[in-house]
Design a protein around this ligand. Sequence first.
Ligand code: ATP
Ligand code: MG
Length: 415
Amino acid sequence: MAIKAPKGTKDVLPSESYKWQYIESKWAEICAEYGFREMRSPTFEATELFNRGVGDTTDIVQKEMYTFNDLGGRSITLKPEGTSPAVRAFIENNQYAETQPTKYYYNAACFRYEKPQAGRLREFHQFGIENFGTSSMLADAEVIALANDFLGRMGIEDIELHISSVGCRKCRPAYRERLQDFLRPHYDCLCDTCKSRFDKNPMRILDCKSKEDKALVKDAPMMLDSLCDECREDFETLKKHLDAMGITYVVDPAIVRGLDYYTKTAFEFITTKIGAQGTVCGGGRYDHLIEEVGGPDMPGVGFGLGKERLLMLMEASGQDFGGETKPQLFISWIGDNAREYSVKLLYDLRRAGVRAEMDTKERNLKGQMKYANKLGAAYTVVIGDDEVESGELTLKNMENSEQTKVRREDLIDVI
Ligand code: ATP
Ligand code: MG
């Protein structure tokens, strides 16, 4: 039986990978401009990190993690998201002792055991940023601005920024009770998952994907209407910063992050252009996460942005991704002398940084030219005994068929 890639994973072949390279290079560029520095963390972590850092009442921890015991009997989990590993690295490497804030960006493969569908994979990829060490809304605004600017640079227009506040440890307990009071008479109608959320994490019921539950919570009290003074002020300040930058948003009280260590700002960039999985980027503030993972009491804010969904959206809107790189020069040859001459010429050109190419299948001249066409080479040159002897080459521009004579030693400059 032929072996296939595991369900929910994807190969990225050269006809696609140049698109990935394009968004990755633009991503690194914008992060540098906004003062975020790259951090890389392992693909797997101790399971305990995610139990604490994602939260053991979440879908991710309850049913989506790739967890196994390694041969040393340790419980290991493939990274389902990027924030808790960044927090763990920040703490473990004593980065909290440096001048704050700490601004990281990353580019990570994430693993979640989900039902695969368009825009939902079991191995997917995220861009992310985190800002540790400041509770100022300037940090939240900067994080949102980077996401907004990046999506704009990627040519995306059909997307909406939704923002909300999920409150804090001061105002959430009272809200939680109000929400439970509202839901209690409808408890029997909730889906099984939400029944189990009722005590532990009722705010996640607001985020349930089931139609019935969605209808049920339509009139539920909202956190946004129950904020304490500090949270309300912060939310107003955030909006002021966004307004100052001219970033448009929709206040959407339905955005939730159900865990205690997520606080205040929550946001998502949502599109209707790529089907049901329309959230391209999600993030927010987590003022108690660093402490929860075992570090000092330090605030943080950040986001994760799904690369597959971003690519889908860019394709849907007809972006060209800068085009795939093609050879600048294709060298074809006839005869043994010319072959060795060409081998050397090819190597010299490549060492000088020219994208030069030759046919390693040793086809005849006609075959070589066909191949050059297929590769989309900008120029071709044919080497025969005459060229070897005289050092004078005929360069053919493949676009307009124009031919120019060039000395071998001038070739690099001309190309
Ligand atoms: P969703 O509600 O779609 O499941 P989420 O809230 O679980 O998303 P986050 O944990 O906030 O997602 O992850 C940030 C981003 O990563 C998402 O906005 C999305 O673009 C992407 N993402 C999440 N899960 C997947 C997946 N299984 N496949 C592809 N991309 C994903
Ligand atoms: Mg999810």
